[in-house]
Design a protein around this ligand. Sequence first.
Ligand SMILES: [Zn+2]
Length: 344
Amino acid sequence: MKKIKRLIIPLFIVLSILVVSSCSKDEIVLSPTDAVADSSGSGSGSGTSGGDSNSGDSSGTGNQEQGNEGEITLYKVAGDNISKIKDYKVSGQDLEFQKDLAKHNEIWELVKKVVPLKHREKMGEFLIYNGTSTGSAGFVVEIKQDLSSWKMGIAINFAYEGSFNAGGELAYTIIHEFGHILTLNNSQLNASVSQGDCENYFPGEGCAEESSYINELHNKYWKDIWSEYEEAKKDQSAQQKFYDKYKERYVTQYASTNPGEDIAEVFATFVTKKEKPSGNTIAEKKILLMYNRSELVEFRDHIRKNLQLRGRGNATSFELPEPGKWKQANTFGNPLKTKCRHTH
Ligand SMILES: [Zn+2]
């Protein structure tokens, strides 16, 4: 008996590592078709470098590392600036993307507009990749086990689908992805507490602090339906039934995937929706939880000001998708993965 236990424990550890590592990415998945045509024209996309922050040279150095899943160029983030850590070994269209530093900079400039300097401390790395193979437009993954530093990846092919940030999809992606960093970093979660010892919600990366955003969301609006959710996430038709039953709780269908996606979608809706909701539905009450946090209201104001999001009629640098209308809003992610997105 003891011997079996001794075998089972290491096996369990190996399995959990596999689960965690296959789950450590969050990806927004887009279909490569249907580029949105009516971007309001900030697409300065081509040619000369508008960037001031990226001092890369694109000449290859010979013994380059082969990237995974479309990795093109990895940057280190330091305040306002990014500096190249490495170019991955690429060819064909990816090599064109790799050489196009003006595009890397244009994407980074948008990330900077969304993510204020003090929040960028949590973002240690920035990756340009091609999302064709994974079908993903963006992802985040922790680069320090204590969750204090994260990498954000942005798919350059989707960023320029149609034109730069067409329909505001790229901006939405960045807001959603940063929403994960905001709610899963080391000020929110304690990565050294295991699930067994966690008295609050456990999103997978660590144990949520009592007063964390995600713990509050889980306590108020997931706990009462948790066993139904656990049942429902086992297959897609059950997931659909679950969503149909509890629609009024979610800002998008995607948000019903799991609490991690829910809070990222709630954050993105909180930021992009002009009016403060009245709180008639649970979905609206979730947004109001964010209005109750003054630092999040400040964050929202920052993004809206930087993106020049005002009322209709005023000139904007670009528009964001209507709340709930971004490309994958009406799909499910993989419920077994706390913050991963995969093609439906
Ligand atoms: Zn997500």
